[in-house]
Design a protein around this ligand. Structure first.
Ligand code: SF4
Length: 203
């Protein structure tokens, strides 16, 4: 967490706790790199500044705002979600991961991410970056099918206090994006090396 405070990137969705804005960022970041999302994110929020504005937009306009980001199903799901939340929940997104998961297009990762990044809930949010760090650090020999184990370990690691949970989840995600990457594990510059099963074996 200390490493993250010094080296974490200053990203627009890290400057807010607005659940709608966090939700939009998480939908956009599914299968798309941070660098590409930043510009689209700002434009999308200019056009649809809150969940009511998105819910009231015609589907073709939402699709057009998403043009260039690809995977349009994400836009369709986000739009359906906005309509459902405005219609059934007075425009208020739920804060618990279990409830978030009942919404269109929200899987376990997105539910955890919105719960912790918007509401500072003590919950895990395991995306591919986090899963890679946890596997290398704690379960270097775990079979690819062992994702339940990875989630269980992630849940044990999350600090109890809400703001610390936010920082921890951002930090481990950032570690996977910048240091413990899919291409190379930069163990020599890693802040958790002494606690990591893979890092301890690396010279
Ligand atoms: S020590 Fe190496 S393998 Fe372990 S988390 Fe850091 S970069 Fe990844």
């Amino acid at each position: 967490m200390r490493w993250f405070r010094r080296h974490g990137r200053d990203l627009p969705w890290r400057r807010t706790r607005d659940p709608y804005r966090i939700l939009v960022s998480e939908f956009m970041l599914q299968q798309t790199q941070v660098g590409r999302v930043e510009g689209y994110y700002a434009r999308f929020l200019d056009r649809y500044p809150d969940i009511q504005a998105l819910a009231g937009a015609p589907p073709a306009a939402v699709r057009e705002s998403w043009a260039g980001l690809g995977y349009y199903r994400r836009a369709a799901n986000l739009h359906r979600l906005a309509r459902e939340v405005v219609r059934d929940r007075g425009g208020v997104l739920p804060s618990e991961p279990e409830e978030l998961r009942t919404l269109p297009g929200v899987g376990p990762y997105t539910a955890g991410a919105v719960a912790t990044f918007a509401f500072e809930r003590r919950t895990a949010a395991v995306d591919t970056n986090v899963a890679r760090v946890i596997r290398r650090a704690f379960h270097p020999r775990l079979a690819p099918s062992g994702s339940r184990r990875v989630w269980d370990t992630a849940a044990l690691l999350v600090p109890r206090a809400g703001s610390a949970a936010w920082t921890f989840n951002q930090a481990i995600m950032e570690l996977g994006a910048l240091v413990c990457t899919a291409r190379v594990a930069r163990c020599g510059e890693c802040p958790v090396r002494t606690a990591c099963a893979t890092g301890r074996r690396t010279r």
